[in-house]
Design a protein around this ligand. Sequence first.
Ligand SMILES: CSC[C@H]1O[C@H](OP(=O)(O)O)[C@H](O)[C@@H]1O
Length: 414
Amino acid sequence: MSLQAILFDRSDREQVSVKVLDQLLLPYSTKYIPVYTIDDGYRVINKMQVRGAPAIAIVGALSVVMEVQLLANTSFTKTQGFYDVSDFDCLRRRLKERLSFLLSSRPTAVNLSNALSDVGNLLSKSNAFGTFRSDLYDYVCKLIDDDLANNVKMGDTGARYLLEELEAQGFSADFSVLTICNTGSLATSGYGTALGVVRSLWRDSQTKTASGAENKKRKLSKGAAKMTLVYPLETRPYNQGSRLTAYELVHDDIPATLITDSSIAYRIATSPVPVKAAFVGADRIVRNGDTANKIGTFQLALICKQFGIKFFVVAPKTTIDNVTATGKDIVVEERNPSEFKLVAGTLIDSTNEEPQLDGKGLPISAKVGIAPPQINVWNPAFDITPHELIDGIITEDGVFTKSEDGKFNLEKLF
Ligand SMILES: CSC[C@H]1O[C@H](OP(=O)(O)O)[C@H](O)[C@@H]1O
C-alpha cells in the first residue's frame, strides 16, 4: 500500500469528500485535514501541509470541487451572502476571483496554474451551474488518474533509459543514484516522478536478483547493472528530503542513505557504490528546458557535471510552462525566514530516541531556534537549473535529450 497524501472519496459524485495528509507532522504523526472550501485548499497549500507540484494542483482543483459542492447545498447558500447563486454569470465571476486567490497560495509550481486555468476555461464555456459542476468533477478525476498512470510510465521509461545507457557503456555492476526534494507518492497522486524512477530501478534490481521466468520478463533491461542504493538529499525548506523522501524509501524498503545537501560532492567522490545518475523533479519547465525545482537542485546539477554524472529532470506534461521562454522569467517563491531560523518537529526522548507523547498518546510537536532571531535571512524555495546542465527531461511522452546545438526541442510537449 503506497502512502497517500490525498484522500478523495468519489464513490458518490454528488457527495464527495477530501482530506489531506499534514506533511508538516511527518514522519512521526499521521493526521489528515479535511478540505471543505477554497480557503481550506489555500491554507494547506500555502502552509506546505501538502507539497509537490502535482499534489498541489490536485488539492487546489479538489478544493474548488468542494466549494462548488457547498454551492449546490441550499441550506448553505441560504445562510451566506458571498455568492449570488441566483445568477450564473455572477457566480462565475465570483468563482474566477476565487481561482485567482487560490493561485496566489504558491506561485512557482506551474501545475497549480495549469489546473486552475483549465478550471477557469470550464467555467467560461459552461452556461449553467449543473454542467459546470459535472464537468469539474470529471476533470479532477481525470487529473488524478492521469497523474498516477503517467508517473508509472515515467518511472519505467526513465529507469529503462539509464539502464540501457549503462549497458551501452559496458557497465554491469551495482550502482547508486542521487535524488533531491520530495517527488514520491506524497508529492503526487501516487508512485512519484523522480522517486518513481527510483522505484522502477529498485523493482528492476529485485527482479534481477530473484530467479524464475516471470521475474526475468519484468526486467527493464537485458544488462546486469543494478541500482542497489539511493542517496536522498535532506533538502530545504522543512528538510522535505529527510521528512518525506526518506520516509517513503523506508516505507518501501528501498536501501537508502540520507545525506546533507552540503555533502554531495564528497559522497560522490567516496561512495562505495558508484553514483551513476541524479533524478530530480520539477515545479516548472519552461520552453528552453530551464527548470525550476527545489533549492539545491542547481548545485546538484553543477556537481554532477563536474563528475560526469547524468542529470535527469522527471516531470509530467502538467509541469510544462509553454509560455515562458527561459528560466530568467520564472518567479521564485521565497519562504518566511522563520521556516529557516526555527526547526519544527516532534519532541524526542533523547535516551531512547522515541517520540514523546501527550496525554492522548499523540506525539508532541515542538519548534526550536537554530539562528539568532535578528539575523537577516534569504530563504528561496526553488532555484533554476539552466538547460545546459540537464542531460534529459523524462516525461510520459518519453525522454527528451538535447540536439547537437545543445538545445532541447520540447515542441511536442507544448
Ligand atoms: C513531483 S514533485 C515536484 C516538486 O514539488 C516539490 O516542491 P514543494 O515540496 O515545495 O511543493 C519539489 O520541488 C519537487 O521537485
